[in-house]
Design a protein around this ligand. Sequence first.
Ligand code: NAP
Length: 452
Amino acid sequence: MPDTPELNRILDAILAPEPDARELAALPLPPSYRAVTVHKDETEMFAGLSRREKDPRKSLHVEEVPVPELGPGEALVAVLASSVNYNTVWSSIFEPLATFGFLERYGRLSGLARRHDLPYHVLGSDLAGVVLRTGPGVNRWRPGDEVVAHCLSVELESAEGHGDTMLDPEQRIWGFETNFGGLAEIALVKANQLMPKPAHLTWEEAASLGLVNSTAYRQLVSGNGARMKQGDNVLIWGATGGLGAHATQLALAGGANPVCVVSSPQKAEICRRMGAEAIIDRVAEDYRFWSDEHTQNPREWKRFGRQIRELTGGEDVDIVFEHPGRETFGASVYVTRKGGTVVTCASTSGFEHVYDNRYLWMSLKRIIGTHFANYREAWEANRLVVKGKIHPTLSRCYPMEEVGQAVYDVHHNLHQGKVGVLTLAPRSGLGVRDAELRERHVHAINRFRVPE
Ligand code: NAP
């Protein structure tokens, strides 16, 4: 239950059987709200420890912080649920660097941006909730609107950002490179981050998709990514993880053939339930792409390629959906078909990739770098959810007080699918507004729900 009477009244209004937008708009805002933060004076707390030893349960705080001033083009949103993304793992272990540098740099941009440069950082890049207030210049959204927010924050004062807003020089990821993120009871977003909440989903289901679904959509489907088409063979690393489970769904929904790589029989079963047939358990097969820290083993790349061909009827993959990085990148470049594409958005296992360039240039392959998604791409990805073509892959849902454990699970790859966090929602299962649509998709929703 929220700590302030104002927020309790707001929550009651949201949870009413028929919420009244005008009543909500008239309710006073609280002076403060509970949020998940890291502290600037603690960024050295893990100095000297290995990455695995850095424990988010020690660095993450749940505390009361003041409600920020609302600026032009912005909205304050009551957050019912959020989710854990890998960027919160990075923020909580202060790797590869502490996020306060991002906030300081942003703070130098303008008077309004200065609000973000604080000794605490409210994290989180997903939310499902209800608009409480909008700033000057916001016409499309109103208090009472039920929304999800994508995490692209842009200024668009420069010409560079007007073709593809991801190219705006002041492009930032909300709740990672900006403050006032979604792991909180209230969030501050730009109005052009808002999108309609899928009416057939619960708050926590709706909050679980935004970042990973939009990223996977740009990476795999968009003209800015790999331009996947019907019939393509798509190798998907971490196919039940946040990104991978959505890439698998996008491949299946788009008529492509996902080749799913996972690390356990349980995860292989999740892929089967999603509808995938070609599945590789990298642990059971004991792939060792590196002989030691400095030397890769091309024989293992070849063995991997042979297994892929066995699963595809002799074909190589048109696209590799890359994000593990250093450990897998050499293999990814090798197994891509002649003229095919490796598309990468991350380097979970290490930023310095090593691959044999002969397999790239002689076989005319391409490597594409990609990052989150622009508003249009995020909107198109959300539209697929609204239409019931892509489903949440939520497994566990934690109360906000246990966010440290939630982030720890993702850090140590103990999770399946997406991990949710209840912020204002008093329990899971709330927020479905279109019961008929839910009924229509309930079979698929249950099939995609990942066992804890
Ligand atoms: P996740 O839920 O933890 O899933 C990642 C999966 O990758 C794991 O479940 C694991 O699956 C697999 N994996 C991890 N290490 C591996 C390795 N060494 N070799 C092979 N597979 C490995 O995380 P996520 O949300 O999908 O994010 C993945 C990465 O993408 C993170 O680094 C994140 O920061 C980044 N990311 C970037 C963007 C962007 O916009 N640039 C957006 C979202 C995420 P198995 O154990 O089953 O194989």
